[in-house]
Design a protein around this ligand. Structure first.
Ligand SMILES: C[S@@+](CC[C@H](N)C(=O)[O-])C[C@H]1O[C@@H](n2cnc3c(N)ncnc32)[C@H](O)[C@@H]1O
Length: 331
């Protein structure tokens, strides 16, 4: 089953154009997924080019081995984005990376495999971890989190209007029996929400919020951006595709602040739920101290945000919320 699940790379031509690939350059694909972008990057590289790919998902690691394991230009590391600089250093590539791609979010195989527990449309264990070998699953978190904490996550990461009602319903339901499956949670949310948005499953926002929280997606991105900046070569490109307005805001503010030589983070857009993590109740994400030091401009913003064409979203509806931003390292 898992082997046949595939992912359609989003904004593929635009990404390759934005990376301005030099045939003998070194590149990083920070979110390998099923290697759609990686394949196109390798196709643009010559025999002396290199591609370092990262992903936290063991299924992505298996796919990388099967697809590109024999390609001497390619190396894969199973790691989180927040370890980007450490991994680049281990490969002695700091300062010589010509381009970094971060295609943030979940892959189609993660969403489509019921066993991963990301989908409210398919019954499966309530897991939602991109890396199921570490951290707490959604079921484990929902079994012990307070109603207040659950409501905060639903509000901050899902902009769920009925966050209080849903949180209360979860806490009430778990007194009788633990929430262990995706369909159990989806049914509970549908019953707790008084009005349904047309064309949208009532659990959409809550599932997104819980997924973002369980995987600490915003904190990961926030940690990765300055590391990407630091490891790029002069003129190297940072290309970020995001699928959530909070992520895109983070990317936009980061790139603009870096272009102006401003301190970052300023007026952090990461909401308060960042103060709790899937791994514990109070471990706020602490930005790297160098971020707080004023500096001269290190990045130049390239062009405007790009969105998929109508033709792309017709062929791949999951691309519809994608936003691509590009910046170039200056010195
Ligand atoms: C949208 S998919 C990337 C798809 C890929 N570009 C392709 O063409 O197949 C995002 C991937 O990034 C991984 N990912 C997301 N956040 C991550 C993080 N913080 N650290 C490592 N991997 C992450 C997910 O496991 C997923 O496989």
């Amino acid at each position: 089953m898992r082997a046949v699940l595939s992912h359609q790379a989003v904004l593929l031509q635009e990404t390759i154009a934005a990376l301005k690939i030099r045939p003998d350059g070194a590149y990083v694909d920070g979110t390998f997924g099923r290697g759609g972008h990686a394949r196109a990057m390798l196709a643009s590289l010559g025999p002396r080019g290199r591609l370092l790919a990262l992903d936290r998902d063991p299924a992505a690691e298996r796919c990388a081995g099967e697809c590109f394991g024999a390609d001497a230009r390619f190396v894969f590391e199973r790691a989180t984005l927040s370890r980007l600089a450490e991994i680049v250093d281990r490969h002695r590539l700091r300062g010589s990376i010509q381009g970094i791609l971060l295609d943030i979010g979940v892959s189609s195989p993660q969403l489509d495999d019921p066993q991963r527990g990301f989908s409210f449309l398919k019954d499966g264990p309530l897991d939602m971890r991109m890396d199921p070998t570490t951290g707490r699953s959604a079921a484990q978190w929902l079994a012990s989190a307070s109603a207040r904490e659950i409501a905060q996550v639903l509000r901050d990461w899902g902009e769920e209007r009925y966050h209080h009602r849903i949180a209360k319903a979860i806490v009430d339901a778990r007194r009788t029996a633990p929430l262990t499956t995706t369909s159990q949670l989806a049914r509970l949310i549908a019953a707790a929400v008084p009005t349904h948005e047309p064309g949208k499953h009532p659990a959409t926002r809550s599932f997104q919020a819980i997924r973002i929280f369980i995987n600490q997606e915003l904190a990961e991105l926030q940690a990765a951006l300055p590391q990407a900046r630091d490891v790029l070569a002069p003129d190297g490109r940072l290309v970020v595709i995001s699928f959530h307005s909070l992520e895109d805001r983070l990317v936009k503010r980061f790139m603009r602040a870096q272009a102006r030589g401003r301190e970052w983070p300023l007026d952090l857009p990461v909401p308060t739920a960042a103060a709790t993590t899937a791994h514990g109740p109070t471990a706020p994400f602490t930005p790297h101290s160098s971020l707080l030091t004023p500096h001269s401009s290190l990045l130049r913003v390239i062009g405007r945000a790009l969105r998929p064409t109508q033709a792309e979203t017709q062929g791949n509806p999951r691309a519809r919320s994608a936003v691509l931003r590009v910046a170039e390292r200056l010195v």
